[in-house]
Design a protein around this ligand. Structure first.
Ligand code: PEP
Length: 256
């Protein structure tokens, strides 16, 4: 597998942080630090910050994304936002299936699948999150579980549509905990995901497919993680709110 054929993607997941005014400030602080990035740079923000972040990111190399979308085009789903609504405001990318959505908001593999379908239908690129809990890792079922999450989410997705999907391998026990998977653990599971893509879509599609690691990636550990042969980028939570740290990760991806 030739890593050089894949574009690295570093995406921030701001979670439920920042007001619109603060979002502008944060984008303004990050933009000059990442302007020479040799990778794609994305900031996924709360819905209410999208317009402000888009405005601040205009003319920069930062793409603005959302953190979720609903599976229906429109309808009686109070409090939800559809993929079409995001597309209509010029948002091009969305995180789906983040473990916090699975853990706190009843997201299942089936609803993740449905949201992926909706996002693709609206023309969006998807960052699809998969990953095991600590209990599942200790049971020794990480690889099967992640393979299954991937297969269910991608059900019915065509080879052409796959080009608009990125998978983020995010071990739940490493998210926001300060515990990072070792570079070897991260690479092993990213490799399993690549094998699943190869089974479903063939070796060429697998070789071109971008797989991120996420889980307490920071300025100090990014270089080692991003140097792994199957790790093509990162989904960054806490460190994406700190301009210098986020920029250091982007630099590591550019070099790795
Ligand atoms: C995330 O929110 O996807 C994430 C990986 O968070 P953190 O980097 O804070 O662990």
């Amino acid at each position: 597998m030739n890593k050089a054929v894949r574009k690295a993607v570093i995406a921030g997941n701001w979670k439920m942080n920042k007001t619109p005014a603060e979002a502008k400030e944060l984008i303004n602080a990050i933009a000059p630090l990442v302007k020479d990035a040799g990778c794609d740079v994305v900031a996924c923000t709360p819905f209410v910050d999208l317009s402000a972040a888009q405005e601040a990111a205009e003319g920069t190399n930062i793409q603005i994304g959302a953190e979720n979308c609903h599976w229906a085009v429109s309808g009686a789903f109070t409090g939800e936002v559809s993929a079409q609504m995001l597309a209509a405001m010029g948002v091009g990318i969305v995180i789906i299936g983040h473990s916090e959505r699975r853990q706190y908001f009843g997201e299942t593999d089936v609803t993740v699948h449905d949201r992926v379908r909706a996002a693709l239908d609206a023309g969006l690129t998807v960052i699809l999150c998969v990953g095991e809990t600590l209990e599942q890792r200790e049971q020794g079922i990480t690889n099967e579980l992640v393979a299954l999450q991937t297969k269910i989410a991608l059900g019915g997705v065509s080879g052409e549509e796959l080009k608009r999907i990125i998978i983020a391998y995010e071990p739940v026990w490493a998210i926001g905990t300060g515990k990072t998977a070792t570079a070897q653990q991260a690479n092993e599971v990213c490799h399993v995901i690549r094998e699943v893509i190869a089974q479903l879509y063939g070796p060429e599609a697998a070789e071109a497919f971008t797989i991120q690691y996420g889980g307490s990636m920071n300025a100090g550990n990014a270089a080692e993680l991003l140097a792994q042969p199957d790790v093509d980028g990162g989904l960054i939570g806490g460190a994406s709110l700190k301009p210098a740290d986020f920029a250091a990760i982007v630099k590591a991806a550019t070099e790795g």
